[in-house]
Design a protein around this ligand. Structure first.
Ligand code: GDP
Length: 358
């Protein structure tokens, strides 16, 4: 499954956040047989639609989609120079599908910052610099090869051109993700460059920042087009100990409508380019993870490969139509239930019943 790699400077709250991410009872209940690695946090994607579906279908349980975060330990500065841990650090990032950087924006005289004072702009730059330097090394080697290839193979010219543009962007100190409008990332895919991966930023903030909309807007703009999530990692850890009522009160005092871990799961899911479709019945109401643009048979394959191979058609109703009708039967008589074939492209929130041959 797709993962987000958690990175960040020392003492920014990565472990605190990661510990909160790995402590969830929802998953233990729904995936009793899943082997979850110690450095992977599998987080349920909060989805209020599942509660509504469970009511309509009288489902015994709810199974949300999940998002996986990998704790990428290791020193950061100097990583691109290949010092032992540095190499491992970069190799781990290369395996992740997206990069989630934790950035400290909380004041605490007791928590030492590696650079003396905390400064989100410079922290982000420090991480970016290592990733950019690593990509420049990859590109240098690739350019020599691509120059040769392009001389004899016309169809390699686009790849060479993209690699040259990428080098210019990186030389200018920007990530390829940030400059995605200026370069053809698909031509660069074969190089598996680190900075083409989608980025997500978690600002580990205190109450002062969480309640300061202007400051948050500033930080959002700093990292755009990447997504930004604001939370207080320490509060997130505390929330897990509280009952619902006390948790809501605590969130209110810091001006948050929902736990930061929920926003993080949602943003992570979005950053990975995923979407969900839903199935529902008396046994369970469930969300399934697919990529945007997938067809009905591809989506069926997520449930079981036989479903994809033997796909006949899909009976589909949009979640909104189903809720408005109140039941499957009512949705059917209102003409809201469609039969879709193998070319149908799934929409987010489709409630589906697949028909297939085994
Ligand atoms: P890591 O090195 O990035 O994994 O950072 P840790 O999670 O170990 O956190 C470093 C220190 O900062 C610990 O003492 C944490 O308790 C503290 N810390 C983490 N998050 C917060 C926060 O949101 N607010 C405050 N005040 N302290 C935090």
């Amino acid at each position: 499954s797709l993962t987000l790699g958690i990175v960040g400077l020392p003492n920014v709250g990565k472990s605190t956040l990661f510990n909160a991410l790995t402590r969830n009872d929802v998953l233990a209940a729904n995936y009793p047989f899943a082997t979850i690695e110690p450095n992977v946090g599998v987080v349920p994607l909060p989805d209020a639609r599942l509660d509504q579906l469970a009511k309509i279908f009288g489902s015994e349980r709810i199974v949300p989609a999940t998002v996986s975060f990998v704790d990428i330990a290791g020193i950061v500065r100097g990583a691109s120079e290949g010092a032992g841990l540095g190499n491992q650090f970069l190799a781990n990032i290369r395996e992740a599908n997206a990069i989630c950087q934790v950035v400290r924006v909380f004041e605490d005289p007791d928590v030492i910052h590696v650079d003396g004072a905390f400064d989100p702009v410079s922290d982000i730059e420090t991480i970016n610099t290592e990733l950019i330097l690593a990509d420049l090394q990859t590109l240098e080697k690739a350019l020599t090869r691509l120059e040769k290839e392009a001389r004899v193979q016309k169809d390699r010219r686009a790849a060479l051109e993209a690699a040259k543009q990428a080098k210019d962007i990186l030389d200018g100190g920007r990530t390829l993700f940030a400059a995605q409008a200026e370069v053809d990332l698909t031509e660069l895919r074969e190089l598996n460059l680190l900075t083409t991966k989608p980025f997500l930023y978690v600002f580990n903030a205190d109450e002062g920042v969480l309640t300061n909309e202007a400051r948050k807007k500033e930080l959002r703009e700093l990292v755009a087009p990447a997504d930004a999530v604001f939370l207080d990692a320490k509060v997130e850890a505390e929330l897990l100990e509280l009952d619902e009522e006390s948790a809501r009160e605590l969130l209110e005092t810091i001006g948050q409508e929902e736990p930061g871990l929920h926003s993080l799961a949602r943003a992570g899911f979005h950053t990975l380019g995923m979407q969900t479709y839903l199935t529902a019945g008396p046994k369970e109401s469930r969300a399934w993870t697919i990529r945007k643009g997938w067809t009905a048979p591809q989506a069926a394959g997520v449930i079981h490969t036989d479903f994809e191979r033997g796909f006949i058609k899909a009976e589909i109703v949009s979640f909104a139509d189903l809720v408005e009708a109140g039941s499957m039967a009512a949705a059917r008589s209102a003409g809201k239930v469609r039969m879709e074939g193998k070319d149908y492209v799934m929409a987010d929130g489709d409630v589906v019943d697949f028909r297939f041959n085994v």
